[in-house]
Design a binder for this molecule. Structure first.
Ligand code: CAA
Length: 260
């Protein structure tokens, strides 16, 4: 399958998706967003693929935001009537049950920062820069930035970033809990593929369940989250991969996963 605005390749069980509009700093127009939904839907149903990576083409940007040129003349009523960005802020994240990583190679601004935050975690190049500069355009985040950034870095930093539009560099982003790890720019994709390969080698259903449990921590009280975690643990206990994983440990060998 080919896409107008993405490059998609596989490295073993890892799908590498690259945003490919470098001339516009990978700005997210409707075509990119639709291509991403299609590419991740294909990843989701391909049983040979176990973890995905999303990165940006070119040396400069992961994505410099929603496409300002596409939005500039759009009437407010259209944003409202189309429920603009709704496919993104809720559906997309929930439909991708397999793990995926954002490998942020440069500017991740506005919708670009919001897209990176939709990933299960972010690995950043030491040249990455994160920000929600929408206020400078007379608007505000529209793809989850005010919610996910606040949950990731806390109210003080999120509020400061949204109100001033300032960017956070990779080192500050790691210190603030926005990114899991910072790596040298030149090694970003290799490091992300290494990490994704580790995840891809895990029992696939257990990977989905682990993702589901951690995400539930955003949505529930501690009591409800603990019950949810226990129930999912109990379901995993009935899988063939649980029997295989524990037998493999005891027999001092590698597990062979069935994904069920
Ligand atoms: N939309 C459309 N085009 C964009 C873009 C965007 N978000 N960001 C950059 N581009 C285009 C530029 O217009 C330029 O195109 P031309 O060569 O045709 O003029 C090209 O990409 C290169 O950009 P610059 O010349 O501006 O590059 P720079 O190195 O001087 O600056 C930058 C880099 C600081 C990232 C700057 O491009 C910038 O500030 N971009 C906009 C960032 C922004 O405001 N993002 C938020 C968008 S709104 C949003 O995302 C809403 C939401 O919550 C969903």
């Amino acid at each position: 399958m080919t896409y107008e605005t993405l490059l998609v390749e596989t490295r073993g069980a890892v799908t590498l998706v690259t945003l490919n509009r470098p001339q516009a700093l990978n700005a997210l127009n409707s075509c990119v967003l639709d291509d991403l939904i299609a590419a991740f839907a294909a990843f989701e149903v391909d049983a040979s693929q176990r973890c995905a990576i999303l990165t940006g083409s070119g040396d400069k940007a992961f994505a410099a935001g929603a496409d300002i040129k596409e939005m500039a003349d759009k009437p407010a009523a259209d944003f409202y009537l189309e429920d603009f960005f709704s496919k993104w802020t809720s559906d997309f994240v929930k439909k991708v049950r397999k793990p995926w990583i954002a490998a942020v190679n440069g500017f991740a601004l506005g919708g670009g920062c919001e897209l990176a935050m939709m990933a299960d975690f972010i690995i950043a190049s030491d040249k990455a820069k994160f920000g929600q500069p929408e206020i400078k355009l007379g608007v505000a985040p529209g793809m989850g930035g005010s919610q996910r950034l606040t949950r990731a870095v806390g109210k003080a930093k999120a509020m400061e970033m949204c109100l001033t539009g300032r960017m956070m560099d990779a080192e500050e982003a790691e210190r603030s809990g926005l990114v899991a790890r910072v790596v040298q720019h030149e090694n970003l994709v290799d490091e992300a593929v290494k990490t994704a390969t580790v995840i891809a080698a895990m029992p696939p259903m257990a990977a989905m369940v682990n993702k589901d449990m951690v995400n539930a921590a955003y949505e529930t009280t501690l009591d409800q989250g603990l019950i949810y975690e226990r129930r999912l643990f109990q379901i995993l206990a009935a899988t063939e991969d649980k029997a295989e994983g524990m037998a493999a440990f005891i027999e001092k060998r590698e597990g062979v996963w069935k994904g069920r």
